[in-house]
Design a protein around this ligand. Structure first.
Ligand SMILES: O=P(O)(O)OC[C@@H](O)[C@@H](O)c1c[nH]c2ccccc12
Length: 294
């Protein structure tokens, strides 16, 4: 973990205060830090609206999560596709003006997506938990909550809005947090997609107990550069270990063509996560169907 955290609001529940965080006395060093620092404020506001104890009470009535990992593994098409409902990003700005998340989600499902990823970060990606909940109402396939998780509260909030899986970013979380968060994800009956961008991060994740799904992000979240070689290089080094441990690998970001999919598939990824290249097509589901046809 190289990303510096901000000290949490001292009024939050004691069990969440596991950090001994030094106050960074500078500006955020990169966009990832900026996002993470802002997330502290957002989670504070959520807790104020709905305290953890009430959230946990509400969760007791929530329908059981769907099996995100099984949906990827059971897909006969390799790589299986997680299609992302994404309006904007800090690197690309607004990707699609006439953005209808529900229509896009339905279209992805008919186009052959195994699972969906829904961006819920508002400030930087123009996503929303409302979209996640609305999409849960209209599709059957499992949903990943795509956000920047720094507190257990957020995983439960995601579950309440219909998420079956959550993203945990290795660059943002300490080993201790990753292990603790994995336990919580499991207790909630969900799947964790643990995202790495370097071999060193993957090795940290391989030291954890219970990682079943690992995403290799081809995009460097600190400077936005994208290179599919990230997936190739990391898998070249660790595919044997990953296979032996039956860990499913998702190649994420910067995938546009059937050749791109074949390339990361050949490297050993059994699933891909695709956003921009599909969202910007007139009919995203049809674009997906075309991308994965034989
Ligand atoms: O739009 P793309 O290049 O197809 O990328 C999708 C997805 O991988 C990307 O949105 C992403 C990967 N990891 C993230 C972490 C946070 C926010 C977004 C992301």
């Amino acid at each position: 973990m190289e990303i510096r955290r901000r000290p949490p609001n001292p009024s939050i529940a004691v069990e969440e205060l596991r950090y001994q965080i030094k106050t960074p006395n500078s500006e955020p060093a990169n966009i990832l830090e900026e996002i993470i620092w802002h997330k502290e404020t957002e989670v504070d506001q959520l807790r104020e609206k709905l305290p953890l104890s009430e959230l946990q009470r509400k969760l007791k009535d929530a329908p059981a999560p769907k099996d995100f990992l099984a949906a990827l593994r059971n897909n006969p098409k390799k790589p299986a596709v997680i299609a992302e409902v994404k309006k904007a990003s800090p690197s690309k700005g607004v990707i699609r003006e006439d953005f209808d998340p529900v229509a896009i989600a339905k279209s992805y499902q008919s186009g052959g997506a195994s699972c969906l990823s829904v961006l819920t970060d508002t400030k930087f990606f123009q996503g929303s938990f409302q979209y996640l909940a609305q999409i849960r109402e209209v599709v059957d396939i499992p949903l990943l909550c795509k956000d920047f998780i720094i507190y257990p509260y957020q995983m439960q909030w995601a579950r309440l809005h219909g998420a079956d899986a959550v993203l945990l970013i290795a660059a943002v979380l300490s080993d201790q947090d990753l292990q603790y968060f994995l336990k919580i994800v499991k207790a909630l009956g969900m799947t964790a997609l643990i995202e790495v961008h370097t071999l060193a991060e993957l090795d940290r994740v391989l030291n954890l107990d219970g990682a079943t799904l690992i995403g290799i992000n081809n995009r460097n979240l600190k400077d936005f550069s994208v290179d599919l070689k990230t997936t190739e290089d990391i898998l070249q080094a660790r595919l044997t270990t990953l296979s032996a441990r039956n860990i499913t690998v998702v190649s994420e970001s910067g995938l546009y063509t059937a050749e791109d999919l074949a390339r990361v598939g050949k490297a050993g990824a059994s699933a891909v996560l695709i956003g921009e290249s599909l969202v910007k097509q007139p009919d995203p589901g049809q674009a997906l169907a075309q991308l994965i046809q034989d």
